[in-house]
Design a protein. Structure first.
Length: 98
């Protein structure tokens, strides 16, 4: 966790956060890495830090569902004062989606 926080503290002041917020491309990239590593017994974790609502929500839901059979966890962290209510759809607390 110290390493993650170190990278976050280094990178955040050097970034400009702006929209639209599209998760699809980064999820696709994480899926390709996790899929390539299946036979190497490597488990991947994608951590997404976002400051806004997801603009490709339907595609994001589809990609998460389609990645459920590979060794990949996706963690989404909302930062700032935006409304993140739609992200509750992704948390799985109300059951699995299909």
């Amino acid at each position: 966790m110290d390493g993650i926080m170190g990278i976050y503290n280094y990178a955040l002041p050097r970034m400009q956060l702006l929209g639209p917020t599209l998760f699809g491309p980064v999820i696709d990239y994480a899926i390709s890495i996790a899929t390539a590593n299946i036979n190497k017994f490597i488990y991947s974790v994608l951590i997404i830090l976002t400051d806004g609502e997801i603009h490709d929500m339907d595609a994001t839901i589809d990609k998460i569902i389609n990645s459920s059979n590979i060794p990949l966890s996706i963690i989404i962290i909302g930062v700032g004062n935006e409304n993140f209510n739609n992200m509750k759809i992704l948390d799985g607390d109300s059951g699995l989606r299909s």
